[in-house]
Design a protein around this ligand. Structure first.
Ligand code: S3P
Length: 436
């Protein structure tokens, strides 16, 4: 499937972005480990999250799924408790989802049976030693295929460890903490920077003894059952990033995005955009599931360049393709450093972002750990490629709204990995986007 995007003369309206992807994965896994029934609204029915849902069903968890519309679903998860998962009859398919594979590896490391985790071609290229190594240190047998999927895990009899993560990663941290639920003794994770903390927030809400002090997290194995969850999942900041940047760049736009998760471990892009002098107002601040929520109102205005490096990188790790698009319209040179992790995402996001935006006339220079964008540039339409990466596909679609002439994003089905309803959302804001 491809999408064709015409230049836009202004976006306007109010939208609700779909539920947070990271939280949607976690609620399925963690309510499965609770004693009792969890009821979850606004769950994200995206490809990646369905991979998690299917895997948990294969592990013997009963889950009712009710689609509300293209972007929202309700779930009822009948928790089996910490020791109620069943050995799977076949390998667990994680499709293209790194979060499914890495977080499930943590849970499976605690189970007294053998299981295999596999995925599609793109996921099979991604590094897994980052989870295998700490889980092995805890006592699990984890076999990788030269450091990559498939993974075969034989768990049980874990001991807590004190682990200093070489990279700041929400997935690695979560895998260790989830394994820590099954370990004897305390598990300590020390992170080099503040990676997303949804697992910690959720474990706390479920009554697990977990304490975070700065970048150190300590989990004591729970002596009581994990409590079920009853909540609506907050809107995904990483999905909101696309209409947010579109509103800032398409001349004459004003867009309201409602109910967005403003967890500071996720909103690095907002800080960068504000430093670029973006006109974004934050209104109606509330809380849901221990996560801060707000509405964002964005309108078009001139941007200046920014420098992104250090700890900020991990707090906006999924937002670099869309930041690059914003930077093509900013006056000056925007520089991204300390972001070599981008080369290990759904695709090499440094290489692919530079390659595709150059096709549209943008001036980008790659670096081993980032890139530079020289702006402002008037973009031109053309045929561009998603490289099988949902976030790159959506960033290119936003670029298409600004470009002269028609832009075609090829291999755009992948958008549904994280944002089903993306095209409907853009159309609702007044954009001309056609699926074919
Ligand atoms: C995620 C963590 C990040 C992010 C991914 C989701 C999570 O990955 O890129 O989209 O849900 O924990 P890393 O942990 O590899 O940085």
């Amino acid at each position: 499937m491809r999408i064709s995007i015409s230049p836009s003369s202004g976006l306007s309206g109010s939208i609700i972005v779909p539920g947070d992807k990271s939280i949607s994965h976690r609620v399925v896994m963690m309510s499965a480990l609770a004693d009792g029934v969890s009821r979850l609204q606004n769950w994200l029915p995206a490809g990646d999250c369905h991979a998690t849902l299917n895997a948990m069903r294969t592990l013997g968890v009963h889950i009712d799924f009710t689609a509300k519309n293209e972007t929202q679903a309700d779930l009822v998860v009948r928790g089996v408790g910490l020791h109620g998962l069943k050995a799977p009859m076949h390998p667990l398919g994680c499709w293209g989802s790194g979060t499914t594979m890495r977080l499930l590896a943590g849970i499976l490391a605690g189970q007294p049976f053998e299981s295999t985790l596999d995925g599609h071609e793109g996921l099979r290229r991604r590094p897994m030693l980052r989870v295998a190594t700490p889980l092995q240190k805890m006592g699990a047998t984890v076999k990788t295929t030269e450091g990559r999927p498939p993974l075969t895990i034989k768990g049980g009899n874990l001991t807590g460890i004190d682990y200093t993560m070489p990279i700041a990663s929400g997935q690695v941290k979560s895998a260790i903490l989830l394994a820590g639920l099954f370990a004897a003794g305390e598990t300590v994770v020390r992170q080099p920077g503040p990676a997303r903390d949804h697992t910690e927030n959720m474990l706390r809400a479920q009554g697990a003894p977990i304490v975070s002090t700065g970048n150190t997290i300590r989990l004591t194995p729970p002596t009581q059952a994990l409590a079920p969850l009853d909540a609506a999942i907050p809107g995904d900041f990483s999905s909101a990033a696309f209409p947010l940047v579109a509103a800032l760049l398409v001349p004459g736009s004003r867009v309201t995005i409602q109910g967005v998760n403003m967890n500071p471990t996720r909103t690095g892009l907002l800080e960068v955009l504000q430093a670029m002098q973006a006109d974004v107002q934050i209104l109606n601040e509330t809380e849901e599931m221990g996560e801060p929520l707000a509405d964002m109102v964005a309108q078009t205005g001139p941007l200046r360049s920014a420098m992104v490096k250090g700890n900020l990188v991990v707090r906006m790790i999924d937002e670099f393709p869309i930041l690059a698009v914003a930077a093509t319209q900013a006056a000056g040179t925007t520089t991204v450093r300390d972001a070599a992790e981008l080369r290990l995402k759904e695709t090499d996001r440094i290489k692919a972002t530079v390659e595709e935006l150059r096709k549209m006339g943008a001036h980008l220079i790659p670096h081993p750990d980032g890139f530079e964008v020289h702006g402002p540039t008037r973009l031109k339409g053309g045929v561009v490629q998603s490289h099988g990466d949902h976030r790159l596909a959506m960033a290119l679609a936003v670029a298409g709204l600004l470009a002269d002439g028609l832009t075609i994003v090829e291999d755009a089905d992948v958008i549904a990995d994280s944002y089903p309803g993306f095209v409907t959302m853009l159309s609702r804001l007044g954009a001309e986007v056609v699926l074919s």
